[in-house]
Design a protein around this ligand. Structure first.
Ligand code: PLP
Length: 376
């Protein structure tokens, strides 16, 4: 069976984890956490980084920093993972769902502006497959209405919009290092803060709502409970694992690029014959090869293709169930929202296996299986 995903190990993980043990402080906010923060600052220009246990918890920090409270409205795309929503729902926000564009799974910016009300406090945008949302337009709208922008950059490591890395645009950005993402520490994430005025408070929220960092800097004699917060930071073992992966980021990206481009080349003629659609990359987007997807003509065709691939030992998967039609939201609301583009991606999008160790001859096997499916 060709799996959908297989976590990649660089080989340096064991050595660095052992080093974390030798350093003698494993609980977090130590040597490797600092190394990772510096890496992100130097390579991507992220000025304020906070490693977290997941992208979900990075978004929970952002939600606390925005002071989300009962009755606030937060606009998100419906076509996304549940973690884009829950950190804001947890703080009492009403989640307002926006459709995707017809031409890409990213949020429809025109509809987004129409959804803004007096109660809107934040917008969360998802750069689907690491392909940037139109950040100039989104930031212009948000600034005009005085609303926070949070980039759900879970897919987006190394990607850029125009000349800047994703994660440098919103007031906040959340990255994921979950095993299914390009760079992985098993579970892991990071909050990037671009609004300098939020950093001091974030340091407290990060460490259980205490001023422990102030104590470590020698500014206060003991640390105390000073704000809301939680235990958001990862252990040094996780940070060491992440740092090992970061050392190989160029290699990882070059392998993923090769696989992505092989899929694209070998499937192009099916697109020419109008059997499937392939992702399009706009001038303002760069590709980080996080996801390779195709769009089928219908849900039945997509599901038949999944079955056909499975019979031939290939695991291809789809996502997401649009959040506006999730059981949690449906049970709470009486009016049935219709978001045709989100629903369409949910029904027709298919993700193909993409991981560093996937050999190109297997990519060719997968594309010929897809071709033979469309011949019959
Ligand atoms: C993976 C993912 C998340 C959650 O990341 P975790 O690190 O698992 O919490 C959030 N948003 C999107 C779009 C994702 O793909």
């Amino acid at each position: 069976m060709i799996p959908f995903n297989k976590p990649y190990l660089t080989g340096q993980e064991y050595e660095l984890i052992e080093k974390a043990f030798i350093k003698g402080k494993f609980s977090g906010n130590g040597y490797f956490t600092d190394k990772c923060h510096r890496f992100f600052k130097n390579h991507f220009g992220f000025s304020n980084c906070f490693l977290t246990n997941s992208a979900t918890s990075a978004l929970e920090m952002a939600s606390l920093l925005c002071n989300i409270t009962d009755g606030d409205e937060v606009i998100i795309p419906s076509y996304t993972f549940v973690s884009t929503a829950t950190p804001f729902a947890l703080r009492g926000a009403r989640i307002i769902f926006c459709d995707s564009e017809a031409k890409s799974p990213n949020i429809d910016v025109q509809q987004l502006e129409q959804l803004i009300t007096q109660k809107t406090k934040a917008i969360v945008v998802v750069h689907y497959a690491g392909l940037a949302c139109d950040m100039d337009t989104i930031m212009e709208i948000a600034n005009r209405h005085n609303i926070f922008v949070i980039e759900d950059a879970a897919h987006s490591i190394t990607s850029s919009y125009k000349d800047s890395f994703l994660g440098t645009f919103g007031h906040f950005a959340a990255f994921s290092f979950h095993e299914t993402k390009n760079i992985s520490s098993g579970q892991g994430g990071m909050l990037v803060i671009n609004d300098q005025s939020m950093v001091e408070r974030a340091e407290k929220i990060w460490i259980k709502g205490t001023n422990q960092l102030e104590m470590l800097r020698g500014n206060v004699p003991k640390y105390e409970w000073v704000d809301l917060g939680s235990n958001f930071y990862p252990s040094e073992i996780t940070a060491a694992l992440l740092f090992a992966q970061l050392q190989k980021i160029e290699f990882i990206q070059s392998k993923r690029k090769l696989i992505w481009e092989t899929y694209y080349k070998q499937l192009q003629n099916l697109e020419t014959k109008e059997k499937i659609k392939l992702p399009t990359i706009r001038d303002y987007q760069s590709n980080n090869y996080h996801i390779f997807y195709i769009l089928c003509a219908s849900i039945s065709e997509r599901n038949d293709l999944i079955d056909f691939l499975k019979q031939n030992n290939v695991l291809a998967v789809f996502h997401y169930s649009p959040l506006h039609s999730s059981p949690y939201i449906q049970n709470k609301s009486t009016n049935k929202l219709v978001l045709p583009n989100a629903e369409n991606y949910s029904k027709t999008l298919l993700r193909l296996p993409l991981f560093v160790d996937l050999e190109l001859n297997l990519v060719s096997k997968i594309t010929s299986l897809i071709s033979s499916f469309y011949k019959s």
